[in-house]
Design a protein. Structure first.
Length: 184
């Protein structure tokens, strides 16, 4: 059962409105299942949309932001709790330790860094937390193809689907949650 979810996503909105729409839908879904949002603490882009919608629905949001990004991403000032770290490595370690699972929404280098570090730690059995990718508008299609290529070319220790669950919309993630928590 997922009680806290780390979400990696962009501090920008991107060029496709579905990215923000899915962030908003996910933000409204998490409180329904009493899932605490753990995210990067930013007050811009998809990050802000996600956090705002969790808060709007009465959920809990914990932001984790390194000092260096406080001005760049403009930390969110209207969330349940903000943790300020010395550096990005500390941020990731805290986020990973606080969550039961992780989900990637569209984003840039930071999003991919967080996703791949979580996947690497999972592969190395540092943790066994579920990892999800929200493929909003096909944003992660090329990444999924590349991960399939890693597997095809013998660079993965086991099939990627043992580590990653893909969803095309928050409604598909909700089906997953209902299957995992049939009492809800």
């Amino acid at each position: 059962m997922i009680q806290s979810l780390a979400v990696f996503c962009g501090s920008k909105n991107g060029n496709n409105k579905i990215f923000s729409e899915h962030a908003a839908q996910l933000g409204e879904l998490l409180p329904k299942y009493n899932i605490t949002l753990i995210y990067g603490g930013g007050g811009n882009g998809i990050m802000k949309t996600l956090a705002d919608h969790v808060m709007k629905k009465g959920g809990t949001v914990i932001g984790v932001i390194p000092k260096i990004l406080m001005e760049w991403e403009h930390q969110h000032k209207s969330i349940s709790k903000l943790i300020v770290t010395e550096d990005i490595h500390s941020r990731k370690k805290i986020m990973y330790s606080m969550c039961d699972a992780a989900l990637a929404l569209p984003g840039g280098f930071g999003t991919l860094d967080e996703l791949f570090e979580m996947l690497t730690w999972n592969q190395l059995s540092i943790h066994d937390k579920k990892i999800f990718i929200m493929n909003s508008g096909g944003f992660f299609d090329h990444l999924a193809q590349h991960i399939a290529s890693l597997e095809k070319n013998g660079f993965l220790y086991e099939p990627a689907e043992k580590r990653i669950n893909y969803f095309n919309a928050p409604s598909e993630f909700e089906v997953y949650l209902n299957n995992q928590n049939p009492k809800l």
